[in-house]
Ligand binder design. Sequence first.
Ligand code: CP
Ligand code: NVA
Length: 310
Amino acid sequence: MTHQHFLDLSDAGANAVAAMIGDAIDRKAARKGWGKGQADADAPLAGKVLALVFEKNSTRTRVSFDIAMRQLGGSVLILDSASSQLGRGETIADTARVLSKMVDAIMLRTDDHAKIEEMARHATVPVINGLTDRSHPCQIVADLLTVIEHGKALPGLEVAWFGDGNNVLHSILEAASLMKFNVRVATPSGYEPDSEFVEMARAGGAEVTLIQDASVAARGADVLVTDTWISMGQADADEKRRAMEPLQVNASLIAEAKPDALFLHCLPAHVGEEVSEEVFEGPQSVVFDEAENRIHAQKSVLLWSFGLLA
Ligand code: CP
Ligand code: NVA
């Protein structure tokens, strides 16, 4: 079986990301009404074990990879840095080599992206990015799936982002470059995304607008997205919160978007901060479908990493 690392969406490329979404739609439809832990009919990863390694907290990533592996016929084990030797300074390189002897794939959630690159360099099994400070590609496969399921085509889609220029936004910009949609980015000055991702999106043909006025970003948008103002590992500063306040996704902001615009949030949400309760609980919010789709997206990512998808 081949192995391919999935550190970012570009590792897969546009055709593979499209294949992931297509396979997720098909597998999800084929198992409608089944028990959540029941394996898909073909159980393509029977006998395979995935290690989930966490250096940061997680609910969705942890549960969705576990359920995804069960549905593909395989199993998982979970390693937290606090309770493993990683937490006592064992190197990433040695951890990668040991895990490669014991399991068939590794998912890592960590802080510095260089750590996952190091893991990938030393592992002889697929390494999957379950979030770093730089990017969150698995989340975006689920987000694209959710948008498509809710009847929107990706090419030409107008996506508007509000808040911090963070890891999730970076992966949205990477997806824009591959799947040819446009992104209006509304952040306070000083909180813009890394220019590398803006340039990548533009080089791929996506229109990217960097603005500070939330209502300009929302006008005519198909999808509105936000995320926590303070990501894991970031300092919780009053100054940052004050700068973010004008970018809350609320009823007056969503009214500027297309009437059928969708609201996305990777979760966990801080209702009353980056999103108002009215929007979070409102009819345009698809955040819990988005969370469920982490399972279906993760299955596609795993199959691609094992060389079982285009
Ligand atoms: N969206 C997301 O990655 O959630 P968790 O931090 O709970 O895994
Ligand atoms: N930007 C957030 C995403 C959490 C899923 C963080 O990194 O904490």
